[in-house]
Design a protein around this ligand. Structure first.
Ligand code: OGA
Ligand code: NI
Length: 348
C-alpha cells in the first residue's frame, strides 16, 4: 500500500487510492440525479432594505437550510487574499518549520494541521487535509502569534478575514432573530461568544474520486457557519433524499445553520447534512468559519419556539458536553442525520 504520510498533500501525486480511503460500496458518493443537479442554493442580497433582507434570510434558511449571501460587506480583495494565501500554505513543503510545528493529532490543540476529519469516523479516512485555527474574541495577540505566517501575510489576512466574516455571521443572526420576532441581540450572548474556529480545508486531487469522499455527510455542531467555497466546486448538500452540488456565485459566502441553532429554535431552523466530494484534476481549498457558543453555554429549545403544535423536541445540554457526545458522524451515504438529531439525542 502506498504510504501517504501524515498529510495527503505532502505526496506530490498519488498513483492510486490507498485502501484506508476506499469507502464501502453502500457509502459511495452516488451520482446526483438530474433533479438535484438543477437545484441551486438561494442567494440573499444583504444590501437589500432591512425588512426585505430579514424576510429573505429567513425564507432561504427555511427552504433548503443552506443559502448564499452576497453584498455582505467583506471586500472581494480580502476573500481573494485569504484564498490565495491559504492555497500557498498548502503548496509549501511539509518540512517547512511553521507547518511541521503545527502538525498534530491532538484534538485539544487550538491551532493545528491534520489529515482526516474533525469527527470520529471509526478508522475510515477522508481525502482532506485541514489547518484548524482558533480565534478567541476579542482577538488576543498571544493567540494570533501562534498562527502560521508563511506565506508572509497569512497571519494578517486570517485576522482581517475572521473579524469581517464574523461580523457577517452576527448580522445574519440579527436578521434571523428579528425575523423570528426576537430582540435583535438575541443570538449575541454566550451562544455566539465562544471562539471562532476556522477550518482551512484542502482537498488534493484524488486518484479515485468515485471511491472516496473529502468529508463524510455531517451537520456542523456550532451555531452558524460561513463557508468561503473557493474556485473549485466540491460541496454537496442533502435535499429531499438527494445531494445538491453547490455552484457558488461570485464573491458569495455559503451559509448554513449548526446544530445549536436547530436546538435553540426547537427545529424551526434546521442544521442540514452536507459533505465534500473530490475530483482527480484540481486541488480545492475552502475556508469554513464556525461561530461557536462558549464551552459552558447551556443550550436548549427556547420557550418562545415551544407551543402546543411544537412541543420540546431536543435535550438541553452544556455545549462542551454536546461536542463530546456528538463526535461521531453517520458514516457514508447517510441522508437523514438532520431529521435524526432528535432521535439520536433520545439514545444518549
Ligand atoms: C466543513 C465543511 C465543506 C467544504 O468544513 O464543515 O462542511 O466544502 N466544509 O469544504
Ligand atoms: Ni461542515
Amino acid at each position: 500500500m502506498e504510504n501517504t504520510g501524515p498529510l495527503i498533500h505532502s505526496t506530490p501525486s498519488h498513483a492510486s487510492l490507498p485502501a484506508a480511503f476506499v469507502l464501502a460500496a453502500d457509502k459511495l458518493p452516488p451520482a446526483s440525479t438530474a433533479a438535484a443537479a438543477a437545484v441551486s442554493l438561494p442567494v440573499v442580497d444583504l444590501s437589500l432594505p432591512r425588512d426585505e433582507a430579514r424576510r429573505a434570510v429567513l425564507a432561504a434558511g427555511k427552504d433548503i437550510g443552506f443559502f448564499q449571501v452576497v453584498n455582505h460587506g467583506v471586500p472581494a480583495e480580502t476573500m481573494r487574499a485569504m484564498e490565495e494565501l491559504c492555497e500557498g500554505f498548502f503548496r509549501l513543503p511539509a518540512s517547512e518549520p511553521g507547518k511541521a510545528a503545527l502538525l498534530s493529532e491532538d484534538k485539544k490543540k487550538p491551532n493545528r494541521l491534520f489529515s482526516g476529519v474533525t469527527y470520529d469516523t471509526g478508522g475510515q479516512k477522508y481525502w482532506r487535509d485541514c489547518l484548524r485555527i482558533a480565534c478567541p474574541f476579542p482577538l488576543d495577540p498571544s493567540m494570533i502569534n501562534q498562527w502560521p505566517d508563511n506565506p508572509l501575510g497569512l497571519r494578517a489576512v486570517i485576522e482581517k478575514f475572521t473579524v469581517q466574516t464574523r461580523s457577517v455571521g452576527m448580522e445574519i443572526l440579527k436578521l434571523l432573530s428579528e425575523g423570528t420576532g426576537l430582540q435583535p441581540d438575541y443570538f449575541c450572548g454566550d451562544i455566539a461568544g465562544g471562539d471562532v474556529i476556522l477550518n482551512v480545508n484542502h482537498y488534493p486531487p484524488c486518484p479515485n474520486p468515485e471511491k472516496a469522499l473529502g468529508q463524510p455527510p455531517h451537520c456542523d455542531r456550532n451555531l452558524i457557519t460561513l463557508l468561503l467555497p473557493g474556485s473549485v466546486n466540491g460541496l454537496e448538500v442533502a435535499c429531499n433524499g438527494d445531494w445538491i452540488k453547490v455552484n457558488p456565485v461570485d464573491n458569495a459566502f455559503v451559509v448554513n445553520f449548526g446544530q445549536q441553532l436547530e436546538v435553540v429554535t426547537n427545529g424551526l431552523l434546521k442544521s442540514v447534512e452536507h459533505r465534500a466530494v473530490t475530483n482527480s484534476v484540481k486541488a480545492r481549498t475552502s475556508v469554513a468559519t464556525f461561530i461557536m457558543p462558549t464551552e459552558d453555554c447551556v443550550i436548549g429549545p427556547d420557550e418562545r419556539f415551544v407551543n402546543e403544535e411544537n412541543p420540546v423536541g431536543y435535550r438541553t445540554t452544556v455545549f462542551s458536553d454536546f461536542m463530546r457526545i456528538y463526535n461521531v458522524v453517520n458514516l457514508g451515504a447517510s441522508l437523514n442525520l438532520t431529521t435524526n438529531l432528535k432521535d439520536v439525542q433520545k439514545e444518549v
